[in-house]
Design a protein around this ligand. Structure first.
Ligand SMILES: [Zn+2]
Length: 192
């Protein structure tokens, strides 16, 4: 039971069966509890859609993004394959997820690897920099239990509401990033 399950305006994502589909720790739970009164004050409703992600969940996200990007036209079995299985791609052996992830970066779909890894191809970072092939990328803040995604309302309105709450003294949020590609506002969260 999370304390933020009692939130009124900034609620937690549930599946169709009514079960929670977001994983939090006490710190992230506390951030959501402290944000809720400011969402209520502004009359803004939103949903926390993602908190802590596991390695397997990050791999599945890569699979879903790969399918959306039509990579199954090239990697025919990527919808069902074991993403940890080793494939020969780019002249060497690597886990299946790693070549899908490298292809996503090359297509401009920014996502972190489930395990720190080198990208096979050159890609363009969200900030416009061109990153050479072979760049090592680390874990997502979600896997490090340092991020929450908010969604289900206008993203700029959500971001403004969070920044208002921070200006009023809500602690633990170090960065607010609107991510239209992911349909979410990403909050970087850091203890103390
Ligand atoms: Zn995020």
């Amino acid at each position: 039971m999370y304390k933020s399950e009692n939130n009124k305006f900034l609620v937690l994502k549930r599946n169709d069966g009514g079960n929670l589909v977001i994983v939090l720790d006490d710190f992230l739970d506390g951030v959501l509890v402290s944000l809720d009164p400011f969402f209520e004050e502004k009359g803004v409703r939103a949903t926390a859609t993602s908190g802590i992600r596991t390695e397997d969940e990050q791999m599945e996200l890569i699979r879903q993004k790969a399918l959306k990007a039509n990579l199954d036209l090239v990697y025919l079995d990527c919808a069902t394959a074991d993403l940890r299985s080793i494939v020969h791609a780019g002249g060497h052996d690597q886990p299946y997820w790693q070549i899908l992830w490298s292809q996503l970066l090359a297509k401009g779909q920014m996502i972190n690897p489930p395990i720190p890894a080198k990208a096979e191809f050159e890609y363009r970072h969200a900030d416009g920099r061109t990153i050479p092939a072979g760049n090592k990328v680390g874990l997502s803040e979600h896997q490090r239990a340092e991020a929450i995604d908010l969604s289900r309302n206008d993203l700029n309105l959500i971001a403004r509401t969070v920044m208002y709450a921070v200006s009023k003294g809500v602690n633990g949020i170090t960065k607010v990033l609107v991510e239209p590609n992911n349909g979410a506002v990403h909050l970087s969260c850091r203890r103390g």
